[in-house]
Write a protein that binds this ligand. Structure first.
Ligand code: 5RP
Length: 273
């Protein structure tokens, strides 16, 4: 697992990263809610404010676009923001990889976000474009003390979620200068984590069948080198989203086992939806 090397970093960069990856545990629960930028009004995220408000107290960071940030998150709320700054394709297109940078670094600074996030599409028609987008964003980020997250997007090709592909994509992101990389959990995830000199967080992907599947994914990803999750649908598409995020927090920050997380889930689901 790669640590945050604060001493080698600009103070602002290091401070922003520490807001997201908690220094007390070295871990993070990021709540992903940026799906609308290419999927539109995704199931259960049709009204972002309604979905986000009960979950924000349990998130170390929330990932959104500037449109959702401005319209759906109260500026008095202090959850660190991970701003999605790439886009340009929609689910209607077969190839989702044709993205550009859609939000300027100046706007990210103005919005006082803690990091910016961009997808890279390794092995696609727009591989070079997405990697150059990342490099431009890192150049700008270095100027402003803004951390950059590279997201190893697989588009519609979910079968790409294997260690060989993801290790390559994560390493490319880190080599170009991303300060943190979001990827998927997979078999042999240790190989992906070992090959990345920067911290990795895992997405959840499409909704899994049971809470047990989700807690296993989170637990195993952490055991094998991830510093946390940047998870969306497996939290907010669940019938009990607050109970889900509370249980995931326990695994991430309190070293809870899967069994303990299930107990926390059972207890919390009675209290809130
Ligand atoms: C959308 C994203 C999501 O933030 C990422 O996939 C995490 O969400 P989920 O856990 O629902 O997969 O990058 O493009």
């Amino acid at each position: 697992m790669a640590a945050i090397e604060g001493e080698n970093m600009d103070w602002g960069m290091s401070n922003r990263l520490s807001r997201m990856i908690k220094p007390s545990t070295g871990r993070s629960v990021m709540l992903a809610a940026d799906h609308g930028y290419f999927m539109g009004p995704t199931h259960k995220l049709e009204n972002p404010r309604r979905m986000l408000e009960p979950l924000l107290p349990y998130a170390d960071t929330v990932a959104v676009t500037r449109g959702v940030l401005r319209t759906s998150i109260d500026p008095k709320w202090d959850t660190p923001i991970l701003l999605r700054v790439s886009g340009g394709a929609s689910v209607l297109k077969e190839d989702l990889s044709d993205e550009e940078i859609t939000t300027s670094m100046q706007d990210a600074v103005r919005l006082n976000v803690s990091a910016v996030a961009i997808s890279i599409f390794v092995g696609t028609a727009h591989e070079k474009q997405s990697l150059v987008n990342l490099s431009k964003l890192v150049n700008d980020g270095e100027e402003y003390g803004m951390p950059v997250m590279a997201i190893t997007a697989v588009g519609k090709e979910l079968e790409k979620r294997d260690a060989k592909y993801l290790a390559l994509a994560c390493r490319l992101g880190a080599e170009i200068g991303a300060h943190i990389v979001k990827t998927y959990y997979c078999e042999n995830f240790r190989k992906v984590a070992d090959g990345s000199p920067v911290p990795l967080v895992v997405a959840g992907g499409p909704k899994l069948n049971t809470e047990l599947d989700v807690f296993n994914l989170v637990y195993n990803a952490l055991q094998e080198g991830a510093v946390g999750v940047d998870m969306g649908r497996n939290i907010w598409q669940h019938e009990y989203p607050v109970a889900m995020i509370k249980s995931i927090r326990a695994i991430v920050h309190e070293k809870a086992t899967v069994k303990e997380a299930l107990d926390i889930f059972q207890e919390s689901k009675g209290k809130s939806k």
